[in-house]
Structures are given as C-alpha cells and as structure tokens.
Design a protein around this ligand. Structure first.
Ligand code: BEZ
Length: 235
C-alpha cells in the first residue's frame, strides 16, 4: 500500500531536537531545554497495555540507574493519554514479572501524546507500519540538544537495551577522546584514529609506533576501559 499522501517531518542526525512542552507521568516537561547538560534518550512505543512494550518498559526501567550514571536521562512517549499511562505503569509495578524483573517502578517521564503532535514532529508515525501508533523510535540527544543517533524498530520487534547503552557510551567516548568506534565496540576495545588528511600524515601514521595501522587509512589505538568509564561515569 502506498502512503504518499501524508508526509511527516523526520528529524535527522545533526539537527537540533525539535522542542515541545508535554504532560508526562512525572509532571510537565520542557524538551529538550530541561535536559540541557545531560544526554537524553527520547523513545516511543506503540501502545500501553501491549506485551512487547511491557517487556521493554520493564527492561528499560530496570536499567535506568545505569543510564543515569552515564549522564543520560530517559523519556518515553506513546499515543495514549495520561491515565492510560498511569494505569499501565501501576500494572507493571504490581503484577508483571519478566525475566526475573518484578515490582519494577517506571520513574522516568512517559509523555501523553494523544494528539500525535510530538510523534509527528519526530517522525515516529510511519504510516506504512501504522497510522495510529508510533513505531519504536529512539533518539539519542546530546547535552546541547543535538540529535546524535536515531534507531527505528517496527512494532513487532522489542529493542535491545544493551545496544542502546552501548550507543550512549560510544558517542560519549568519541566526543571525549576524538576517536571513532569500530563495529561492536565496547569500552576497553581499540578505537579508530581519524583518517590521515594528507600524504605526509598518511606516512606519519604508518611510522607511529603508538598506533596499530592495518593500512594508512585504517589505524587503531588503545583506549583503556578505565579511561572511558572514568570520563563517562564521573559526573
Ligand atoms: C506490543 O507491544 O506487543 C505490540 C504493540 C503494537 C503492535 C504489536 C505488538
């Protein structure tokens, strides 16, 4: 089926996060200004009282402290009203156990977006997937309010929260140490040194004993795990 008649904006990596005020389960928020100085993950889920979303909320809420220690706050959103959110979060807390996690209290704000205003601003409605539900979108927003990474999942696929944490840590490590991170990078793994910008620099790279160069354009260096964690978890 074609969905050309409705176009919603899609913020991009490098854009300023679209601003809004919203009613949430933790009171009103001003986004992203209220989170200035901290990283924030803004994520959407399709609907309250649905099973995949329930497993996601239990998992994310159980890891909230770990994200907070990495200077990262969590903010959820769905196209549901506040009272639905409250009822669902109470049910999760009181009744639902998932993979040994139980009595889980969701302490981060969950936005009510019954008008879809915010979901549309963030390209969370993808009509080919659903017209009345947000897909599972994840926006990683830096302390200056800039979108640094975006991940989208369809309705049927629950997210991997270890990966979301890995993204937060890798983005912070790249900023702090001026490096890039290779496939499947985790703290303690070697990092990528930015490519040489001249023939002389390329030769210098190959001769630099502190680097491990597979070729002139592909050099890595050690970045000890403690240095990464000290930088990211020290706030
Ligand atoms: C779920 O969270 O279980 C779900 C939500 C919307 C569509 C399909 C599954």
């Amino acid at each position: 089926m074609e969905h050309t008649e409705t176009t919603f904006s899609m913020p991009r990596i490098g854009d300023k996060a679209p601003s809004f005020t919203a009613v949430t389960t933790q009171g009103e928020i001003n986004f992203p200004s209220q989170f200035e100085g901290r990283w924030v993950i803004l994520f959407s889920h399709p609907a309250d009282f649905t099973p995949v979303c329930t497993t996601e909320f239990i998992t994310f809420a159980s890891q909230e402290e770990k994200f907070k220690q990495a200077n990262c706050d969590l903010v959820g959103l769905s196209i549901d009203g506040l009272y639905s959110h409250i009822a669902w979060l109470r049910t999760i807390h009181e009744k639902i156990e998932y993979r040994g996690m139980k009595n889980v209290e969701v302490k981060f704000p969950l936005i009510e977006d019954i008008t879809m205003e915010i979901a549309k601003k963030y390209g969370m409605i993808q009509p080919g997937e659903a017209t009345t539900k947000a897909v599972r979108a994840v926006f990683f927003i830096d302390p200056k309010g800039i979108i640094r990474a975006i991940i989208y999942y369809p309705l049927s696929l629950g997210r991997n929260f270890d990966e979301l944490y890995r993204v937060v840590v890798a983005l912070q490590a790249a900023d702090a140490f001026g490096v890039a991170t290779p496939a499947d990078w985790r703290p303690g793994d070697d990092v990528i040194v930015s490519p040489a910008g001249s023939c002389g620099a390329a030769q210098g790279r190959m001769e630099d004993k502190t680097l491990d160069c597979k070729d002139w354009f592909f050099c890595t260096k050690k970045l000890p795990k403690e240095m990464v964690l000290e930088k990211i978890l020290k706030k």
